[in-house]
Design a protein around this ligand. Structure first.
Ligand SMILES: C[S@@+](CC[C@H](N)C(=O)[O-])C[C@H]1O[C@@H](n2cnc3c(N)ncnc32)[C@H](O)[C@@H]1O
Ligand SMILES: Nc1nc2[nH]cc(C(=O)O)c2c(=O)[nH]1
Ligand code: SF4
Ligand SMILES: [Mg+2]
Length: 217
């Protein structure tokens, strides 16, 4: 009996410079899956909540291959909200790509192919989705995963400090602190991090510096 066809709903596939995580700066193919069960107040990708096109796994792999890059970032929307995301991740790894997964932290990361670098958000209160954090994910984090906390204000920063200490996040993997574009002054966040000697990596969304909020960049 042949395996059922893998279905994927895709918003966009594009080549750009990785703008986030420790992979920042690398030419990368982005595969943006459609749909998300969360509605973070500051989400910069609401256009991926709906729409998209049905694509087969083979069609997606062929389009990724046409870009001729080594790095692939599977994102969304919330990619793990589609069952097809898991076989997509494994097929990309089997094809020899270096794969990262951008995920909200609200869904179980445990079934993702262990070769994938999971860039997992921990939603701060300013997102309006702090209740959705799935704390069981933390014990599953590997050294090549990353936790990203996007901060909208000083309260979010205080919350992040508490989370980092309580869950000893920096002992597990890289912790990224990222300011909400247009809400928290990046320089202010950088000064807090240095002042408090936080064991984190400050991040700015590089692609927004290059191309503002353009889609498909
Ligand atoms: C669009 S989300 C898609 C992946 C997944 N749904 C998630 O939330 O991690 C990709 C990344 O962009 C971040 N992000 C979304 N809107 C942002 C904003 N306005 N400022 C800074 N980061 C933002 C998210 O926190 C997440 O780390
Ligand atoms: N250039 C670029 N880098 C990114 N890294 C993570 C992104 C995302 O939307 O998940 C993203 C994105 O949308 N564009
Ligand atoms: S989980 Fe990700 S895609 Fe969904 S609303 Fe939040 S930032 Fe946007
Ligand atoms: Mg983005």
């Amino acid at each position: 009996m042949t395996a059922p066809a893998v279905k994927l709903r895709i918003t966009e596939i594009f080549a750009s410079i990785q703008g986030e995580s420790t992979w920042v700066g690398l030419p990368t193919v982005f595969v943006r899956l459609t749909g998300c069960p969360l509605r973070c107040s500051w989400c910069d990708t609401a256009y991926a909540f709906t729409g998209g096109e049905n694509r087969s796994l083979d069609e997606v792999l062929a389009e990724v291959a046409r870009h001729g890059l080594k790095h692939v970032c599977v994102t969304g929307g919330e990619p793990l909200s589609q069952k097809g995301c898991l076989p997509l991740l494994s097929a990309l790894c089997d094809a020899g790509y270096a794969v990262s997964l951008e995920t909200s932290g609200a869904l179980d990361i445990g079934a993702a192919d262990p070769r994938v670098s999971r860039i997992m958000d921990l939603k701060a209160p300013g997102s309006g989705e702090v209740e959705r954090n799935l704390y069981d994910n933390i014990a599953q984090l590997k050294a090549d995963d990353e936790v990203k906390i996007v901060l909208a204000n000083a309260d979010d920063y205080a919350w992040a400090k508490q989370q980092i200490a309580t869950h000893r996040l920096a002992e597990r993997c890289t912790v990224l602190l990222s300011p909400v574009a247009g809400e928290l002054d990046p320089a202010q966040l950088a000064e807090w991090i240095v002042r408090d000697r936080l064991p984190v990596r400050f991040q700015l969304q590089l692609h927004k510096i290059l191309w503002n909020d353009a889609r498909g960049r």
